[in-house]
Ligand binder design. Structure first.
Ligand SMILES: C[S@@+](CC[C@H](N)C(=O)[O-])C[C@H]1O[C@@H](n2cnc3c(N)ncnc32)[C@H](O)[C@@H]1O
Length: 241
C-alpha cells in the first residue's frame, strides 16, 4: 500500500514536471513575429526606403512623371469615404486624398517609420488638412480597424513588404465587403521606366502573389506613364492557405 502511494506521488510529480516543461516551451501569449522574408514567390523583396530620402517623394517633377492627378481620378474617391494610404511616406497622396474625401471622410495614414509621419504632420498643418489620422504600424500589422475601409491605396510600397502574407491578410480584414485595395507599382515589363529593377513589379508577378492571398482583380487601369494601377477586392471564395 505504501509502495503504491509512493509510485502515485512520483507519477503526479512526473506529470507536473512534464507540464512545466511544456509551459516553458509554449509560445508567449503574444505570437512571435515570423522572420522577415528576403524573397517571396520567386521575387527578391526590396529594402525599405529610408525616411532620409523622403524628399524624392514630394519632388516637383513627380506629378508630370507619374501623372498623379489621373491616378487620383481613377481611385473614384468621394466625400465621406474612409480610406487608407498604406505606407504613406511623408504623405504625398495622403493630403490629396484627404481633400477628396472631405467633408465627412478621413484618411488613415499608415507607416512603419514614425519619422515619415512627423513630416506628414508638418505638411498637413501647413496645408490646414485635418481629416488625417496617423497610424504607426508594424511590418506584420498595419493596425487598421476591421471591415471599415472603402479603399486602401498602396503606392510603391508592396514590393518592400517583408511580411507580404501577414500584411495582405490584415488589409483583407480591414476592407468593407465591397472595399478595394488599389495597388500601384512601377512597371517591370517596361525598360523605359527609370526605376531600379528591385523596385518594379510585373503584372504577372502581382497576379502570382495577390490572388494567392485571397484577393481577386476587379479592375485595372493602364493609362499611367510609369505604373500599373490594379484594383483588388476580397475573394470570398478563397479558402486560405
Ligand atoms: C517608396 S515609399 C512610398 C511612399 C508613398 N506611398 C508615396 O508614394 O509617396 C515606401 C514606403 O513604404 C513604407 N513601408 C515599407 N514597409 C512597410 C510596411 N510593412 N508597412 C507600412 N509601410 C511600409 C516605407 O517606410 C516607405 O515610407
Amino acid at each position: 500500500m505504501r509502495r503504491f502511494s509512493t509510485m502515485r506521488v512520483a507519477a503526479v510529480w512526473a506529470i507536473f514536471a512534464a507540464c512545466a516543461a511544456l509551459r516553458a516551451d509554449a509560445p508567449a501569449t503574444k505570437p512571435a513575429v515570423p522572420p522577415p522574408l528576403t524573397h517571396y514567390m520567386g521575387r527578391e523583396i526590396a529594402q525599405t526606403m529610408h525616411f532620409s530620402g523622403a524628399e524624392w517623394l514630394t519632388r516637383e517633377s513627380r506629378e508630370r512623371e507619374e501623372d498623379c492627378r489621373t491616378l487620383l481620378r481613377e481611385l473614384g474617391l468621394k466625400p465621406g469615404m474612409v480610406v487608407c494610404d498604406l505606407g504613406c511616406g511623408n504623405g504625398f497622396y495622403t493630403l490629396k486624398m484627404a481633400q477628396l474625401v472631405a467633408p465627412g471622410g478621413k484618411v488613415l495614414a499608415e507607416e512603419i517609420q514614425p519619422e515619415m509621419l512627423d513630416m506628414l504632420a508638418e505638411r498637413a498643418k501647413e496645408a490646414k488638412v485635418t481629416n488625417v489620422q496617423p497610424i504607426v504600424g508594424t511590418t506584420v500589422d498595419p493596425r487598421l480597424p476591421e471591415g471599415k475601409l472603402d479603399l486602401i491605396l498602396v503606392v510603391d510600397v508592396y514590393h518592400e513588404l517583408d511580411h507580404p502574407r501577414e500584411m495582405l491578410a490584415a488589409i483583407r480584414k480591414s476592407l468593407k465587403a465591397d472595399g478595394r485595395m488599389a495597388l500601384v507599382e512601377f512597371r517591370a515589363e517596361d525598360p523605359a521606366v527609370p526605376i531600379k529593377p528591385l523596385h518594379k513589379m510585373s503584372k504577372r508577378q502581382i497576379m502570382k502573389e495577390i490572388p494567392a492571398n485571397g484577393f481577386k482583380l476587379v479592375r485595372e487601369f493602364d493609362g499611367l506613364p510609369w505604373q500599373h494601377l490594379m484594383f483588388f477586392q476580397r475573394d470570398e471564395a478563397w479558402k486560405g492557405n
